[in-house]
Design a protein around this ligand. Structure first.
Ligand code: GUN
Length: 283
């Protein structure tokens, strides 16, 4: 069995062509979609993510407002900036790159962003909408995964979906997306007993645990669909996912590579949501 690689780079490129047209049409109406990106401190990975978001935005014609704070900034100073952006009618979306330094309460910051500028979909109001299957901004990584499955015509209804990882950014919202598409969903995590027994039942496995090459073929059934959300450096310094790609390739039917699978889709979905928020200015 030859594995089919799910090409997130290609799908992203195609989607971005359409997004660019939507931006042009907004700009013709005098609306300049604008994304504010706040980075606190100098976490190397966060800096790369933020830079990539800014580059993609500019490529599509989306304005960016880039705000960098020292890692010692107080929670109050950050909140003050968010309030200012909430009140700025030229700003459509506000993104605070996570993780934040220890002195800052992440949930307080997330909840301060107005739900209708919450381009990451992390505000509890938007999370609630996702869980009740209503329209609103949604977390970009799981949304990107849903787009990939749709693009490859992979059926979700009635399938056993096992999610490994229960983060607010991926695992939990991923479960809601899958449930909304009528999957039977199991969320597993670091305290789960007999993980292998559970993952071997899965038609679709989504791995988001941040452990380099943790999942090998023994965790999976034949012909499974495997979505690898991981972005880690292995001992040799190479960028790898949470899945041992060489091991699972011989067994599974579909696999997202790292890099070039889920990663590009997260950024594309962020752009799409910025545009969707900007389009609300007309509707
Ligand atoms: N850190 C890791 N992933 C994300 C994301 O999707 N959005 C933000 N704001 N921070 C992150």
């Amino acid at each position: 069995m030859n594995v089919n690689l799910i090409d997130g780079k290609k799908v992203s490129k195609e989607l971005q062509i359409k997004l660019k047209k939507r931006v042009s049409s907004l700009r013709q109406k005098g609306i300049l979609p604008k994304l504010a990106v706040i980075l606190v401190g100098n976490n190397a990975a966060s800096k790369v993510y933020v830079r990539n978001k800014q580059i993609t935005a500019e490529k599509l014609g989306i304005e960016t407002l880039n705000i960098n704070f020292d890692k010692n900034i107080s929670e109050n100073e950050l909140i003050k900036k968010i309030d200012e952006l909430n009140n700025d009618a030229t700003v459509d979306g506000i993104l605070v790159q996570l993780p934040l330094p220890k002195q800052i309460d992440e949930s307080k910051v997330t909840q301060r962003i107005l739900p209708n500028k919450d381009v990451d979909g992390f505000h509890p109001v938007n999370m609630g909408k996702l869980f009740t299957n209503e329209i609103g901004p949604q977390p970009c990584t799981p949304r990107g995964i849903m787009e990939l499955l749709k693009y490859y015509n992979l059926e979700i209804s009635g399938k056993n979906v096992v999610i490994i990882g229960r983060s607010n950014i991926v695992g939990r919202p991923m479960a809601a997306f899958m449930l909304n598409e009528d999957a039977t969903v199991t969320i597993t995590h670091s305290k789960t007993k007999n993980l292998k027994k559970i993952t071997r039942q899965a038609d679709i496995v989504i791995v988001a645990i941040g452990k380099a090459e943790f999942i090998d073929a023994t965790y999976l059934k034949d012909d499974a669909i495997v979505i690898d959300v991981g972005m880690n450096r292995n001992k040799a310094g190479k960028l790898v996912g949470d899945v041992n790609q060489t091991s699972v390739s011989k067994k599974v039917k579909y696999l997202t590579p790292v890099p070039g699978g889920v990663g590009p889709m997260t950024i594309t979905m962020l752009m799409q949501q910025t545009i969707e928020l900007a389009e609300k200015r007309i509707n």
